[in-house]
Design a protein around this ligand. Structure first.
Ligand code: MEV
Length: 289
């Protein structure tokens, strides 16, 4: 039996744009997903295309038990966390000798297949290594960890990343002369953010701008808009959709002394709030129960 855990993630900047070769900034957050794998002759696990693909890729059979405090299908990278932790637990249980880099690569391949070909390696990279990254196409740059105070608001409206990615692709196909400058503007925001990573107030303004551009790309949702406005009204430096949108979560960058107040405002605005911060640890072996 082997148990591994991996963290969730939030995109600070650049979701969707990363699918088109633009840079994005994302960071690992608590809570984590815990996955236990046991060698068995009959496969037994929750229905999940991600887990099925992990066993298929590594060509073994086993049982899986998942313990996740990370809400699924909410934009917090739970599918990537489940995928990397499952791969690591299979690797350990069956003594396959895969490296962390190979696990990250394989997890991305699986995400991409399940998302029908359109995915960036952001979620799988951040979940595997922990910390904060600038991601662009095949490259990743680890960024110095920052002590951000983050408040995540879950709209509880379900969404599908694959469907939202497809929606942006359709819009871009129909309105290329509008969508391309929007993606370029998101890129400009990410590049500007890179010069101000230790200035939360400045980053907050950039998050507000990024949010507006995600709305233009059609990945907004009335619940997310309400949560974003509630966070700003209670003193967040800035707030935006995080992840694929169309439901799922938003994230606010908050002054330390206001995060509880912002979380309270999100809870009364039909959301579930989560106060969180950067998790510098990626994949981690856990003690077997
Ligand atoms: C999903 O968390 C973020 C998207 O940019 C898709 C991806 O990067 O694979 C929408």
């Amino acid at each position: 039996m082997a148990t591994w855990s991996a963290p969730g993630k939030v995109f600070l900047f650049g979701e969707h744009a990363v699918v088109y070769g633009k840079p994005g900034i994302a960071l690992a957050i608590r809570p984590r997903v815990y996955v236990t794998v046991r060698k068995t002759s009959h496969a037994h696990h929750a229905k999940s295309p991600y887990i099925d693909q992990c066993f298929k890729e590594l060509n073994v059979k086993g049982s899986v038990y998942i313990n996740s405090q990370l809400p699924s299908s909410s934009g917090l990278g739970s599918s990537a966390a489940v995928t990397v932790a499952t791969l690591a637990a299979i690797n350990d249980e069956f003594g396959l000798g895969k490296t962390r880099d190979q696990i990250a690569e394989l997890a991305f391949k699986i995400e991409k297949r399940v998302q029908k070909g359109r995915a960036s390696p952001t979620d799988t990279t951040v979940s595997t290594y922990g910390g904060m990254f600038l991601i662009k196409e095949g490259t990743r740059k680890r960024l110095a960890p920052q002590n951000y105070h983050l408040v995540v608001g879950n709209s509880q409206a379900t969404h599908s990343t694959a469907r939202m990615v497809e929606k942006v692709a359709d819009l871009k196909g129909k309105y290329p002369t509008i969508c391309e400058p929007v993606l370029n503007a998101i890129e400009a925001i990410t590049l500007d953010a890179m010069k101000h990573l230790d200035e939360p107030q400045y980053l907050g303004r950039l998050m507000d701008m990024n949010h507006a551009l995600l709305d233009v790309l059609g990945v907004g949702h009335p619940h997310l808009s309400r949560l974003v406005l509630a966070a700003r009204a209670t003193g967040a430096y800035g707030a935006k959709i995080t992840g694929a949108g169309g439901g799922g979560c938003m994230v606010a960058l908050a002054p330390k002394n206001l995060k509880a107040r912002i979380a309270g405002a999100l809870e009364v605005t039909e959301g579930r709030a989560l106060i969180t911060c950067l998790d510098t640890e990626g994949l981690r072996k856990e003690k077997d129960a």
